[in-house]
Design a protein around this ligand. Structure first.
Ligand code: ADP
Ligand code: MG
Length: 614
């Protein structure tokens, strides 16, 4: 057995760094928190290559006294805590005195700062823990910190860094949280020389929410405020119509600090009980202010988890206040409308009992079909209309199709070719509730979910063509400009190649606008921008699978879902026949890409049995 010895400080620093500094976003978080603690009213953040090449944070805070500079990068050195008692009334973001020491142990750091009481500033360089002498610096009051080549001396850690797009996404998320929590501080975030987001100091909280999440979310904000008191809940809950497929847009803050907490998240979600479909999540921005001694923020190295002295009280405060607010909007009573009525009048607010797929919950203007009952020839649905299938269209491999103007209906290229055996489509198939197809088969009665089936078919077509490199794309004569929330715009630009694989060609138009110039032809005329938006939503979601293969699967499923006919879309007899023909050609016509069944069989023998014929 080897002798026990104390580890050299460099090793200790690297171990400690591992706890707090996982990736560029962790550096961004620590630097921004220091700037906020220093009373900065404006903070500029600049990243290169998602932050793994360089992170620069410039603030106009109080600055650091020149002779304290070496202490700033020393472990357990802080200006924010005097004694252990202070630990229980923390009002600053930092207090461990460890962040700068950790960062400078695993990167090349340059700190330049001028304390507000000094005529001239000073700078200190620290490379992987090696300190250089302090030198004078001629900058303005405030602090500028540059962190380059993160993990240059810990290659094992560097290997865990993800793609530039992913690192940028997590770093932007960090900025988002802090900019929401500090609504009087201005922020700007640039990546590789491009502005990602610019938050003016005087932007209100709703302004900020719009900057980060777009106008749809802003327009659905419902203000909450329980009023002054020891414990207060304020902020916004969103109309359930703005729901999402994951809980990422549930932002919780306590005393100006973002936190994650299953139980409080659950309380928020519970307030929406009955208003959301299974698997859908409410959106909200909730700010708790609570006496500092009633919450412990020192339970997690990155302080992202907290412990409340009285968790049950916080739980009911959140659930109660949000529920009250939703009641005021008259959202809850609509639930008690008899089911049949609710189905036609307010399809979104029906009881959670009926199994309703997520696509049915999208905004009415986005997905409810046009109804032209007297003009059956008006194109209504995106999948190829069999009426035109007599004009034989061949599958043109790879060669780009002729350009068309935006919104022009693309040429259907998706017809079954004549080499397929003519599938047996029963004559008597009919549509039920504009959602289901009913047909007689040898085994009994088959009920098909039109959306799930069409989604499956489109998914398989996309998959086969992408796999074989034969995905035809439809070029737009005039590329469609799409304005996105900044974080999403940046994610699209970074994921350009992944998107091109899927047949979505995008380019950066500057600002937060991107240009969509091509999309997969087989997806038909459903608004290509809506398909792109759904894919982007998936791309910036944290719950995306890490493996490329799985991600591709997910994105293809998303595209298929967006482009497919919806429940509620009326279909003509020809369209029904055509869809059923494609069904016979699908590899797996029994499940949609999300794994739900596309059809249910009521067997002849079961019908006989139920009617007591046997
Ligand atoms: P902590 O924030 O927990 O005190 P850090 O390692 O993050 O520990 O920072 C060490 C010290 O350096 C801080 O306590 C603070 O005095 C000083 N400091 C760091 N960044 C800044 C900044 N941007 N402006 C002013 N002082 C700073
Ligand atoms: Mg700190």
């Amino acid at each position: 057995m080897a002798r026990i010895r104390q580890l050299p400080p460099g090793v200790v620093a690297k171990i400690a760094a591992g706890e707090v500094i996982e990736r560029p976003a962790s550096v961004v978080k620590e630097l921004l928190e220091n700037s906020l603690d220093a009373g900065a009213t404006h903070i500029d953040i600049e990243l290169e290559a998602g932050g793994s090449e360089a992170i620069r944070v410039v603030d106009n805070g109080c600055g650091i006294i020149a002779e304290d500079l070496p202490l700033a990068v020393t472990s357990h050195a802080t200006s924010k805590l005097d004694d252990a008692e202070d630990l229980f009334r923390i009002r600053t973001m930092g207090f461990r005195g460890e962040a700068l020491a950790s960062i400078s142990g695993v990167a090349k750091v340059l700190i330049q700062s001028r304390w507000r009481g000094a005529d001239v500033g000073a700078e200190l360089r620290c490379d992987g823990g090696d300190l250089y002498p302090v030198k004078p610096w001629g900058g303005a009051v405030g602090t500028r910190i540059e962190v380059k080549h993160l993990f240059f001396n810990t290659p094992a850690r560097k290997k865990f860094l993800k793609t530039v797009a992913t690192e940028l996404r997590t770093a932007s998320e960090t900025v988002t949280r802090l900019a929401l929590a500090h609504p009087t501080v201005g922020f700007s975030l640039r990546h590789n020389g491009r502005t990602v987001v610019e938050v003016p100091g005087n932007a209100t909280l709703p302004d900020r929410i719009e900057l980060f999440f777009g106008s749809e979310i802003r327009n659905s904000l419902l203000e909450i405020d329980t009023g002054p008191g020891e414990t207060r809940l304020s902020g916004f809950a969103c109309d359930p119509a703005a729901d999402r497929g994951n809980a990422q847009l549930q932002y919780l803050f306590v005393n100006g600090r973002w936190f994650r907490d299953r139980s409080i998240g659950h309380a928020f979600q519970e307030a929406y009980r009955g208003l959301l479909m299974t698997g859908r999540y409410a959106v909200g921005f909730l700010f708790l202010s609570i006496p500092p001694d009633a919450v412990d923020v020192n339970v997690h190295p990155t302080k992202s988890e907290v412990r409340f002295r009285d968790n049950a009280a916080v739980y009911s405060l959140v659930r109660g206040a949000v529920k009250q607010r939703l009641l005021k909007e008259n959202l809850i009573p609509s639930l008690s409308v008899p089911k049949g009525v609710a189905d036609t009048e307010t399809p979104r607010r029906e009881s959670a009992e009926r199994v309703v797929a997520p696509w049915e919950t999208a905004k009415p203007d986005a997905t409810l079909p046009f109804r032209f009952p007297t003009q059956p020839t008006v194109p209504r649905i995106p999948f190829p209309n069999p009426v035109r299938s007599s004009a034989k269209i061949e599958t043109v491999p790879a060669a780009p199709l002729p350009a068309v103007a935006p919104n022009h209906e693309p040429t259907p290229i998706d017809e079954p070719s004549e080499e397929y055996p003519s599938p047996s489509v029963p004559d008597g198939a009919f549509q039920l509730h504009d959602s289901y197809l009913v047909l007689e088969t040898r085994e009994g009665m088959l009920v098909i979910d039109q959306h799930a089936l069409h989604e499956r078919i489109l998914f398989e077509q996309l998959r086969t063509r992408i796999r074989d490199g034969k995905l035809e794309i439809q070029r737009l004569l005039i590329p469609e400009p799409i304005e996105l929330p900044p974080v999403q715009a940046a994610a699209v630009v970074e994921a350009k190649e992944e998107l091109a694989t899927l047949g979505l060609e995008v380019s950066d138009f500057g600002g937060n606008t991107i240009l969509l110039s091509a999309y997969p032809a087989l997806l038909g005329k459903k608004s290509p921008s809506k398909i792109l938006l759904a894919v982007v939503d998936e791309l910036v979601s944290k719950e995306r699978p890490p493996a490329k293969e799985q991600l591709l699967h997910l994105l293809m499923a998303t595209m298929a879902c967006k482009a497919a006919v919806k429940a509620g879309d009326p279909l003509s007899q020809d369209e029904i026949t055509h869809l059923l023909m494609l069904r016979d050609m699908a590899e797996d016509s029994h499940h949609c890409p999300h794994g739900r069944p596309t059809s249910l069989l009521f067997s002849r023998s079961e019908l006989d049995r139920q009617f007591k014929r046997t």
